[in-house]
Design a protein around this ligand. Structure first.
Ligand code: DQA
Length: 143
């Protein structure tokens, strides 16, 4: 079974209590279960991780690059300023889908810039937790 990493950046562990009007009422545990369940349906083995630490995230991206492991990545706030993540993502060869729960383009100005979008395979944003389901489908279809 194809292994896929679902990597989540800062503050996403706080889903459910964090700005529920923006990010919804479901928790990070709900998100993780949704991703694993979607993986089972698609024949993917899904490993879900979350960190608030940029260095840890860069390490996971190196791991994915070395193992040629596809990634669904919600870089959270790192999206908007982390050139370290951007440079780590640029080393990959397997697909990487950037996902967002909200639609950053419809929010504050600073969220309109993604420094990682240009090195991702593609981006899915604005569909709530369904953004992850769509991204996993994209990874499954990528073969
Ligand atoms: C987010 C959008 C980012 O702007 C924000 O910093 C996040 C979550 C999203 O999933 O909508 O933490 O990536």
């Amino acid at each position: 079974m194809k292994l896929v990493y679902v990597l989540n950046g800062p503050n996403l562990s706080r889903l459910g209590t964090r700005e529920p009007d923006v990010y919804g009422a479901e928790t990070f545990a709900d998100l993780a279960e949704l991703c694993r369940e979607t993986g089972r349906e698609l024949g993917l083995s899904v490993e879900v991780r979350q960190t608030d630490d940029e260095a840890e995230m860069v390490g996971w991206l190196h791991e994915a690059a070395d193992g040629k492991i596809p990634v669904v990545l919600n870089p959270a706030a790192f999206t908007h300023y982390s050139y370290a993540l951007r440079d780590a993502i640029a080393q990959r060869t397997a697909p990487l889908v950037e996902v967002h729960i909200s639609n950053p383009a419809a929010r504050e100005e600073f969220r309109h810039t993604s420094v990682v979008a240009a090195v991702a395979t593609g981006t899915i944003a604005g569909f709530g937790l369904t953004s992850y389901v769509l991204a996993l489908r994209a990874v499954a279809d990528a073969g």
